[in-house]
Write a protein that binds this ligand. Structure first.
Ligand SMILES: [Zn+2]
Length: 291
């Protein structure tokens, strides 16, 4: 069992790493890929992983939504492009300094969903943020190529739209030139792109959304992805599995690596294979891509 996408440095996971790792291992867990999203969590992420070198692997990346979070949402409205460009430069230098400890570039990608929800972000600013996200994504793909590392990609569209995933795929082709590999984590986009994602050689990461009553579209996506391209993840501390969501006795609800057990159970049923078979194939997928 593996968790190919989580943020162990975030609350409440970071408060109890030993117990979380213990629960994971006693449930048959082998590997966790914890991912940074901004320049602040790089060191925290590396420090957590350093304590469990055989279990925790590290991905370093810039999440696409950090650009609105470090500028407009903090009251900075001018010279966004320059500010963000410096932010990406700082990321690159920290990444290069730590590259020997890194197994993947991520979390990276594009997100046209989040800034669209926010009324205070003007249309022109949204367009500027899109350009900044693309620049950041291109530069992270370049890092992946330079160091021969896989990508962990976040691609989130506004409901019913396709431009985010379309741009991600186009940039992967332009910048990756057929030489980058990776995973589309928590893919909730249009099912018609699955063919392209697979044709590019990418894997697809499935999490607790498949355990939710509302997860029908992602269960349909799972049906289309062959066993040798499936990865599991929690995206913890987000997305607790359905058993935790509906348990009224649990006060603090969050996703953690051991939840992959419940995700595999549901996925095995959808794919019509045994849990053991699915687990061993997908653990091999994790090793092939990240180790
Ligand atoms: Zn994430």
């Amino acid at each position: 069992m593996h968790d190919s996408h989580i943020h162990l440095n975030l609350e409440p996971l970071n408060r109890n790493i030993p117990e979380i790792i213990d629960t994971f291992v006693s449930n048959g867990g082998k590997h966790i890929l914890t991912q940074s999203t901004d320049n602040v969590d790089i060191q925290e992420t590396l420090d957590i992983a350093a304590k469990y070198p055989d279990i925790i692997d590290v991905a370093l990346g810039l999440h696409p939504t950090i650009f609105e979070e470090t500028t407009i949402l903090k009251g900075r409205n001018k010279n966004l492009y320059e500010f963000c460009n410096r932010y990406i430069n700082e990321f690159e230098s920290q990444f290069e300094k730590n590259v020997r400890k890194v197994k993947a570039v991520g979390e990276t990608g594009l997100d046209y969903f989040q800034f669209n929800l926010n009324q205070s972000i003007l249309r022109a600013q949204q367009e500027e943020l899109q350009e900044i996200q693309k620049l950041s994504f291109r530069r992270q793909i370049a890092l992946a190529r330079k160091y021969n590392l896989p990508l962990s990609i976040h691609a989130r569209d506004i409901q019913g739209r396709k431009d985010t995933v379309r741009d991600v795929l186009r940039i992967l082709v332009e910048e990756g030139k057929g030489e980058v590999r990776g995973s589309f984590h928590s893919y909730t986009g249009d099912i018609s792109f699955i063919e392209d994602i697979l044709a590019l050689g990418f894997y697809v990461g499935f999490n607790a959304i498949i355990t939710y009553p509302s997860g029908e579209n992602v269960r349909e996506i799972l049906k289309q992805v062959p066993l040798d391209r499936i990865l599991f993840e929690t995206d913890g501390p987000l997305l607790p599995p359905q058993s935790v969501r509906k348990d009224k006795k649990i006060k603090e609800k969050f996703g953690q690596p051991a939840d992959v057990r419940e995700i595999i159970e549901v996925a095995a049923e959808i794919k019509g294979v045994s849990m053991e078979k699915l687990e061993s194939i997908t653990d091999e997928n994790y090793k092939t891509l990240f180790l």
